[in-house]
Design a protein around this ligand. Structure first.
Ligand code: NAD
Length: 258
């Protein structure tokens, strides 16, 4: 199926590695020029270099997308550098260093870090991308929630759950605002994926995660990339304001260990 994406321009946040890079890979494979944002400059430049060597149009837009000034600069640099901004994938994520504490023990800084990196950055980049998309009369925004957004997961992640539930609500609501302008906004809710975010899991925890999954494994990076590419396509123009789970049918999960 031709997704009709060739020639479009996309900004993917937190795309130097992991899920963001897989999403950039999938979009680039459809002929999309990609702007790779990350706070990790060295890793982002390396990713962009690899794309260029493969003949893919790619630029780096370094910055902290949870910071309003950086987010505005990153979005504008992507639009200017690519000559257009059709697609925004809000993916940037912060790690376990800021999770794992029960609510009564959680530092306010850890609450803020997770909410800001995931939810605030999604608001900021969306806010700054909408004017570009409105001018073009076309836009696709994909936000990153998680299987954890229901709050049914393990304890010690109230900040992460709140951020991912916030992203689900934000997605539904902003979709209503921008739908009339040819812009769709959707969220994906992946189950566990092998990335830097999950590499610290113990073997026992991995066995529980895969054992509880009806499909019996983690989600694959290419499966996420394929879903995001589809949500950005012309064919997905009527999919708006929804959250798409990518979890093998495992809707809930309980684990208190590490
Ligand atoms: P990752 O740690 O491999 O990659 C995240 C990237 O975001 C890193 O390159 C990091 O440098 C970058 N980043 C962090 N803060 C940033 C900021 N303020 N501005 C710009 N870039 C920033 O993580 P991942 O597993 O690829 O996760 C990506 C997204 O997918 C996150 O939103 C995460 O919550 C979500 N997710 C992950 C899983 C999983 O199992 N790995 C499951 C569901 C959802």
């Amino acid at each position: 199926m031709d997704l009709g994406l060739a020639g479009r321009g996309a900004l993917i946040t937190g795309a130097a590695r992991g899920i963001g890079k897989a999403e950039a890979d999938a979009l680039a494979a459809e002929g999309v020029a990609v702007a790779i944002n990350d706070i990790d400059e060295a890793a982002a430049l390396e990713t962009v270099e690899a794309y260029r060597r493969a003949g893919i149009t790619a630029i780096a837009c370094i910055g902290d997308v949870s910071d309003p000034a950086d987010a505005a600069r990153v979005v504008d640099a992507a639009a200017a550098g690519l000559g257009r901004l059709d697609i925004l994938v809000n993916n940037a994520g912060a790690g376990w260093r800021h999770m794992g504490k029960l609510t009564e023990e959680m530092a306010v800084e850890d609450w803020d870090k997770i909410i800001d990196t995931h939810l605030r950055s999604s608001f900021l980049c969306t806010k700054f991308a909408i004017p570009h998309m409105r001018r073009a009369g076309f836009g696709r925004i994909v936000n990153t929630s998680s299987i954890n957004y229901t709050g049914g997961g393990r304890s010690g992640v109230v900040n992460y759950t709140a951020a991912k539930a916030g992203i689900a609500g934000f997605t539904r609501n902003v979709a209503k605002e921008v739908g009339p302008h040819g812009i769709t906004v959707n969220a994906i809710a992946p189950g566990y994926v092998e990335t830097a975010l999950t590499e610290r899991f113990s073997d026992a925890r991995r066995r529980i995660i895969t054992g509880q999954n009806p499909v019996g494994r983690y989600c694959r990076l290419d499966e996420i990339g394929a879903l995001v590419a589809y949500l950005c396509s012309n064919q997905a123009a009527f999919i708006n304001g929804t959250l798409v789970p990518l979890d093998g049918g495992r809707n809930d999960f309980w684990w208190d260990g590490n």
